[in-house]
Design a protein around this ligand. Structure first.
Ligand SMILES: Cc1cc2nc3c(=O)[nH]c(=O)nc-3n(C[C@H](O)[C@H](O)[C@H](O)COP(=O)(O)OP(=O)(O)OC[C@H]3O[C@@H](n4cnc5c(N)ncnc54)[C@H](O)[C@@H]3O)c2cc1C
Length: 453
């Protein structure tokens, strides 16, 4: 299969998509090399989903100790040490990193710990200057935080990359952005006792999510003490003592220990030599691909965030696997990007699958909306003023459930399972036929009887 090339497949980037593609292609018998310029595992494992979720767990203990009192517990003299958390988190990330290296090697892929870029459509130039050739090349270089470089003082700001390695917690942080990463870090810092200000240009956080969900989450975050400044933007950042002074465009400002930008991510295409290979980009600088992840050049493919389709780890993994099956497994597989469930590990957390109410109205016209807002059983004794919101969007004509949205305890876990029913085009009547598990929060999804609209 190799012919005159050094490898059948060369993968640039050992993250979620690249590692899966390399392993499956090697199992199909291909001679595979993978280049990684930073750490094997990629964003999700090293500085994304996994360390983020560990920090979310850490930040919830403060409330857990408070809530325990209503259940008869006394939790006195509790204290928190950021350095211990970061050290333990790093130990776990190192373990995962080693597991990813082992998995690649045991699949038979060769790992090259160097930056790689294109020299031409079949040739890769490594940072050491060595050149290698491959019949097929997969671009899986992911994305990087976007920092507004036009902004005075932007160099004083951190991104999520640095947030995982702060030497100490600031007493106040300003987080700029309204997407899921901004919202998640706001919950983490606030939970760990940092005074947290979220500054966002738009009217409501979490653009693209259901409007009821956006408003509900915003209200719950405010109750926990996060200051949310919407329709606001940063005008300048200046150094002030050991921290920063952040001035907003309405002239108001904050002194803070840190300012963090979570204002989107950009595909890692810079200096990749894609032009030398003739690979076309989209207007948003992502690699343009077809449903089989093939680029405009027939031996070059791309998966994951670099293609800016749905920037989630399980999607990158699916795309990597489908690519390997298509090209090396004689099984052409297109990835289905419809009805992909996803979560925001905010506090309280969010889980969603399918269409928002406004998207459903646009696509289907008449829809039935079922919504319930309630205090979770746990908080009847804890006394915490926190409400769960659940919502179903149903096509009035076919009675198919088009979307399920939840803000509240365990929402990501609940929605993961509910997503099977929504993906299978279950109807509202089939939801109703399903007997509830009592007492749970999830039972509301099968006991919502009266549409509110
Ligand atoms: C803070 C944060 C939290 C997140 N939380 C979640 C979550 O909860 N759930 C979820 O599903 N997704 C989450 N994501 C998104 C998820 O991490 C990405 O969608 C996923 O990692 C994309 O996989 P990928 O293979 O495209 O790229 P990556 O995993 O980013 O891997 C790309 C790899 O390529 C390497 N690389 C880049 N250029 C080169 C080069 N020229 N040569 C060699 N190597 C190179 C990089 O070092 C990197 O290791 C989160 C992201 C962030 C930043």
């Amino acid at each position: 299969m190799t012919g005159t090339f050094d490898y059948d497949l060369f993968v640039i980037g050992a993250g979620s998509g690249g590692v899966r593609a390399a392993r499956i292609a090697a199992k199909h018998g291909a001679r595979v090399a993978v280049a990684e310029e930073y750490r094997v595992g990629g964003t999700c494992v090293i500085r994304g989903c996994v360390p983020k979720k560990l920090l979310v767990y850490a930040s919830k203990f403060a409330e857990e100790f408070e809530d325990a009192v209503g259940f008869g517990w006394t939790a006195e003299k509790v204290s928190f040490d950021w350095a211990t958390l970061i050290a333990n988190k790093d130990t776990e990330i190192d373990r995962l990193n080693r597991a990813y290296v082992r998995n690649l090697e045991s699949a038979g892929a060769e790992l090259i710990l160097e930056r790689a870029e294109f020299d031409d459509r079949h040739t890769i130039k490594l940072a050491s200057g060595r050149k290698v050739t491959a019949k097929t090349i997969l671009v899986a270089t992911g994305s990087a935080p976007f920092l507004p470089r036009h902004l005075p003082g932007h160099e004083l700001a951190i991104s999520s990359n640095e947030a995982f390695h702060l030497e100490k917690l600031p007493s106040r942080i300003v987080i700029v952005g309204g997407g899921y990463i901004a919202v998640e870090f706001a919950g983490i810092f606030q939970g760990l006792g940092v005074e947290t200000v979220l500054v966002y240009r738009g009217e409501h956080i979490l653009r693209g999510f259901d409007d009821d969900l956006r408003q509900h989450l915003s209200a719950e975050m405010k109750k926990k003490g996060v200051e949310i400044r919407t329709q606001a933007d940063v005008a300048k950042i200046e150094r002030s003592g050991t921290g920063v002074r952040v001035t907003l465009n309405d002239g108001t400002g904050y002194g803070a220990g840190q300012i963090m930008f979570a204002t989107g991510r950009i595909p890692n295409v810079i200096d990749l030599g894609l032009d030398k290979a003739g690979v076309e980009l989209t207007p948003h600088y992502a690699v343009k691909v077809d449903e089989y992840s093939r680029s405009s050049v027939d031996n070059i493919y791309a998966v994951g965030d670099i293609t800016n389709r749905l920037n989630l780890t399980p999607v990158a993994i699916r795309e990597g696997h489908a690519f390997a099956d298509t090209v090396f497994g004689k099984k052409p597989t297109a990835v289905d990007h419809h009805t992909v469930p996803h979560a925001v590990f905010s506090q309280p957390p969010v889980g969603v699958v399918g269409l928002t109410e406004s998207a459903a109205r646009l696509m289907y016209g008449a829809v039935d909306i079922y919504r319930s807002t309630f205090r979770p059983l746990k908080h009847t004794l804890s006394g915490r003023d926190e409400k769960t919101m659940m919502k179903l969007v149903v096509d009035r004509a076919s009675q198919r459930v088009l979307g399920a949205h939840m803000v509240g305890l365990d929402a990501p876990e609940i929605i993961q399972t509910l997503a099977i029913a929504v993906k299978m085009h279950a109807t509202k009547a089939q939801f109703d036929q399903t007997v509830a598990i009592h007492p749970t929060a999830a039972e509301d999804f099968v006991t919502l009887r009266t549409p509110i609209a």
